[in-house]
Design a protein around this ligand. Structure first.
Ligand code: CA
Length: 712
C-alpha cells in the first residue's frame, strides 16, 4: 500500500488553494488548523476513526492488531448504552481523542467517554415525526462528521447542524435541502478543504439530486452540484461551472422530466480524494422509477445511477461513470465508494471500488473515471452483460417493464444486491467484504399513474403485485430470499469465499490488520470471521437485528470494537411477509462496545409475543376491498408493509383495533389524529370513502391471514 504517497499527495494539495481556473471565483474557505484537520483525516492514526469510512479512502480497514485471529475468542462486552429511539440504527461511530460520537434514529447525537461509556452530552434536533411521510426508508441516520472543533449532523428534516465537540451546543444550523416536502437527510456528512459536504434523499418523491458544500466555520453554502438538469427553458447559467455538464445531461432525458424532480439524490456515499482533489459521490435512481410516468423515454437520464467526480474546491464537474443506464428499478449507486491503490496487470492503479445495488462490482480509475473492469458479484436478471470497452451495462428486454406491459420479477429488487451497508477493503488480504442481498421484486408499470401531493411517486402498480394470501407462494418467495457475506477479489473480479445467511439486510463490515472481518447480522449475531478464509472465530448474541457497520479504536493502549444495533430500515418497512426472513424482528436500539477480557452482560431481552389475528368480520363489498388494495399499496405499504404485513417497527394494521371502526379510521387517515406519531393526514390525496375502502381491504387481509395461520 502506498499510504506514504497518499499522505504526501494530501500535504502537497493542501498547499494549493484553488483547483479551477475561471470556475474558481468563490471566496476561499480556510480549513481548520486545530482539532480535526484534513491531514489527520488523510492519515488517521491507528486508534482513531475520524470520518464515516475511517479515513479519506473509506476502506473501513483498521491497522489495529491487539484483537486478532488468536485473541478474538477473549472478546467480551466492555460497555453498552441504551438508545431512546426504537427505529433502525444505521450509524457508524467516530472516535477522536478518547470520545466516541454516534447518531441514533431521528438524527440524535451522543458523545460518550470511549473507554468507560459515560455519556458526555447528547443533542436532539427534535425532528418533527411527520417527516416520516417523505422518508422512504425509516427515521435512520448514518453518522456525524468531525472537523476542527465541531461535530456535524444532517437531520431527517433537512438541516445541517454544527455542534461544539466539547459540549454539544449548537454552533450553527442551516436548512440544507431545497424544500421540506420532498427531501430528507440520512447520510453522514464528510469534511475536507474547509467544506462540509452533504446531499439528501428523496428520489422516491419529487426531488432533484445534488451535492452541496458548506463553509465548516460559518455554514455558508459554497457550491452545489445538481445531479439532474433543470428546466432547459430557464437556461443553465445558474449552474455556474456546470452549465456545460447540464447541457450534456439534458440530452439524455425526454419529456418534461424536471417537473417531478428527476431524482439522482446523493443520499450516502461522498468520498474526498486527497490524491486527486476530487470529490466522488454516488447518485440515486431516476424519478419516477417508471419512465413512462414522466415520459422521459429510454435515455440514460444523466447523472442518475452514476458515480460523479467534481473538483473539491469549486464543485465543477470532472467526470461521471453511469452504472445503471435508463434506470427504472431503483438501482441507486449510493453504496459506499472505496478508494484503493492496487496492482492490476502488473501496474499500480489508484482506483475506486464500487458494488452498487445493480449487482455489478466496478473498478474505475479514481482520477479519470476510466472503466477498468466489472463483474456481477450477485445474481441478476436485469442486465445481460457489460460492454467490455465502455463498461456500459446491457439491458435485458424484459426488464423494460413499462414497454412490455408485463410484471418484471427483477433481481435484484429495489433493496439492491448491496446498498448502503458499508463494505470494507483489507489491503492485507486484497479482498473487499460485501454484505449482499438476494431479494427479487415485481415491477409493474401503473398505466393510469398520476403524481400526487403525498407519499411515494414511483409509477408502479404495487397493488397488483402485492404478495398473495397463499402459503405455498409465500414459502417459495421466502426460500429464494437470502443474503451473504461475500469476500470479493477486485483484481480477479471473483469471490474468494462466501458466508451464506438465511435472509438479506445484514450489517456493514469492518476489516482489520488482525486478519479479522466483523459483521452483524439480521438475525442478531455480531460475528468475527477469519479475513483470509471466512472461518467463523467469535460471535455475540445482540438480541436484535444489526444493520449498521462496526468500527474499532484504542484508548490508553486498549483496543475496542463498537457496533450500533437495532433492527430496522427500509427492508423491515416494506418487505411484508419477508421482513422476518432471518428470524423474529425486534428492535432493541443500543451501542455495544467490546474489548479483550471483558465479560459484561446485556439485560435479558423481553419475551417475543406471538400476536394472534382476531379480525372483525368482513362487512364491505368486494369492490371496496379491491379499490382499497390499490390505495393501500400506493399510500400505506411503504411504511406498513407489502400486503398489509408489517415488520417490527410500525403497527401491523391487520391487528389494529381501528379497522373495526369507520370513524376511527377516518380520524386517523383523513383528520391526522395520530400526526404526533408520524402518521400524518393523507387528506391531500384521499377522501373519507378512500379511507373506508382501505379499511375494508385491511379487514379482508386480516381474515385471509387468520385462515392461513390456522392452516400452517
Ligand atoms: Ca432510491
Amino acid at each position: 500500500m502506498r499510504i506514504g504517497l497518499a499522505i504526501a499527495a494530501a500535504l502537497a494539495l493542501a498547499g494549493c488553494s484553488m483547483g479551477g481556473e475561471a470556475e474558481g471565483n468563490r471566496a476561499a474557505v480556510t480549513p481548520p488548523t486545530e482539532g480535526v484537520t484534513d491531514a489527520m483525516i488523510a492519515a488517521a492514526a491507528g486508534g482513531e476513526w475520524l470520518t464515516y469510512g475511517r479515513d479519506y479512502n473509506e476502506q473501513r480497514f483498521s491497522p489495529l492488531t491487539q484483537i486478532d485471529e488468536a485473541t478474538v475468542g477473549k472478546l467480551g462486552l466492555a460497555w453498552f448504552a441504551d438508545l431512546d429511539t426504537a427505529r433502525g440504527q444505521e450509524a457508524t461511530p467516530l472516535v477522536h481523542a478518547g470520545v466516541l460520537y454516534v447518531t441514533s434514529a431521528w438524527s440524535k447525537v451522543y458523545a460518550y467517554d470511549a473507554a468507560s461509556g459515560a455519556l458526555k452530552w447528547s443533542y436532539d434536533p427534535k425532528v418533527p415525526r411527520q417527516t416520516l411521510v417523505r422518508a422512504c426508508c425509516d427515521a435512520v441516520n448514518r453518522g456525524v462528521a468531525l472537523y476542527g472543533d465541531k461535530v456535524y449532523v444532517g437531520t431527517l428534516d433537512g438541516r445541517l447542524v454544527a455542534l461544539n465537540q466539547n459540549d454539544g451546543k449548537v454552533a450553527w444550523s442551516k436548512m440544507a435541502v431545497p424544500d421540506q416536502k420532498n427531501y430528507t437527510i440520512t447520510g453522514a456528512p464528510r469534511a475536507a478543504k474547509g467544506l462540509i459536504l452533504i446531499g439528501s434523499g428523496g428520489s422516491e418523491y419529487k426531488a432533484r439530486g445534488y451535492l452541496a458544500a458548506f463553509d465548516w466555520a460559518s455554514g455558508k453554502e459554497v457550491w452545489r452540484f445538481n445531479t439532474v438538469p433543470g428546466d432547459p427553458a430557464k437556461g443553465f447559467d445558474g449552474e455556474g461551472p456546470n452549465a456545460k455538464a447540464m447541457v450534456a445531461a439534458a440530452k439524455t432525458w425526454g419529456g418534461e422530466w424536471w417537473k417531478l424532480g428527476g431524482g439522482g439524490t446523493v443520499w450516502d456515499s461522498i468520498v474526498y480524494d486527497p490524491q486527486t482533489n476530487l470529490v466522488l459521490f454516488g447518485t440515486g435512481n431516476a424519478e419516477p422509477w417508471n419512465p413512462n410516468a414522466n415520459d422521459r423515454g429510454q435515455g440514460d437520464a444523466l447523472y442518475t445511477g452514476s458515480i460523479v467526480a467534481v473538483d473539491a474546491d469549486t464543485g465543477a464537474y470532472r467526470w461521471h461513470f453511469q452504472e445503471t443506464p435508463e434506470d427504472r428499478w431503483d438501482y441507486d449507486s449510493n453504496a459506499p465508494i472505496i478508494l484503493a491503490d492496487i496492482e492490476i496487470g502488473g501496474q499500480q492503479r489508484h482506483v475506486a471500488l464500487h458494488a452498487p445495488k445493480n449487482g455489478y462490482f466496478y473498478v474505475l480509475d479514481a482520477k479519470t473515471g476510466a472503466f477498468l473492469s466489472a463483474r456481477p458479484f450477485a445474481e441478476m436478471n436485469w442486465s445481460t452483460g457489460i460492454d467490455p470497452t465502455t463498461g456500459k451495462a446491457r439491458i435485458a428486454p424484459q426488464a423494460r417493464y413499462e414497454q412490455t406491459g408485463e410484471a418484471f420479477i427483477g433481481l435484484p429488487g429495489a433493496i439492491g444486491a448491496h446498498s448502503w451497508q458499508s463494505m470494507s477493503f483489507s489491503p492485507a488480504t486484497g479482498l473487499v467484504y460485501i454484505p449482499t442481498n438476494r431479494a427479487a421484486q415485481a415491477y409493474l408499470a401503473d398505466k393510469e399513474w398520476k403524481e400526487s401531493d403525498i407519499g411515494y411517486q414511483v409509477g408502479l402498480d404495487t397493488g397488483k403485485t402485492a404478495m398473495p394470501a397463499d402459503n405455498a407462494i409465500r414459502k417459495s418467495f421466502a426460500s429464494q430470499t437470502t443474503g451473504s457475506l461475500v469476500a470479493w477479489d477486485p483484481v480477479k473480479q471473483a469471490a474468494a469465499w462466501t458466508v451464506p445467511y438465511p435472509g438479506p439486510w445484514n450489517g456493514g463490515t469492518l476489516a482489520t490488520a488482525g486478519n479479522l472481518v466483523f459483521q452483524g447480522t439480521a438475525k442478531g449475531d455480531f460475528t468475527a470471521y477469519n479475513a483470509k478464509s471466512g472461518g467463523k472465530l467469535w460471535s455475540f448474541p445482540a438480541q436484535t437485528g444489526i444493520v449498521a457497520a462496526p468500527m474499532t479504536y484504542t484508548v490508553a493502549g486498549e483496543q475496542y470494537v463498537a457496533v450500533l444495533v437495532g433492527w430496522g430500515g427500509v427492508w423491515d418497512l416494506v418487505a411484508g411477509t419477508l421482513a422476518g426472513k432471518s428470524g423474529p424482528v425486534r428492535n432493541i436500539s443500543r451501542l455495544l462496545v467490546f474489548k479483550l477480557g471483558a465479560n459484561g452482560k446485556l439485560p435479558p431481552p423481553p419475551p417475543l409475543s406471538k400476536m394472534v389475528l382476531d379480525p372483525p368480520l368482513v362487512t364491505g363489498k368486494p369492490e371496496q376491498a379491491a379499490r382499497g388494495s390499490g390505495l393501500y399499496a400506493r399510500y400505506c405499504s411503504v411504511c406498513h408493509g407489502d400486503a398489509a404485513v408489517a415488520g417490527g417497527l410500525v403497527p401491523d394494521l391487520r391487528h389494529s383495533s381501528a379497522i373495526g371502526y369507520p370513524e376511527t379510521m377516518k380520524s386517523i387517515v383523513i383528520d391526522g389524529a395520530l400526526q404526533h406519531t408520524g402518521m400524518v393526514s393523507f387528506a391531500t390525496a384521499l377522501r373519507p370513502a378512500d379511507a373506508e375502502a382501505i379499511r375494508h381491504y385491511l379487514i379482508k387481509r386480516a381474515n385471509e391471514d387468520a385462515k392461513l395461520d390456522a392452516r400452517k
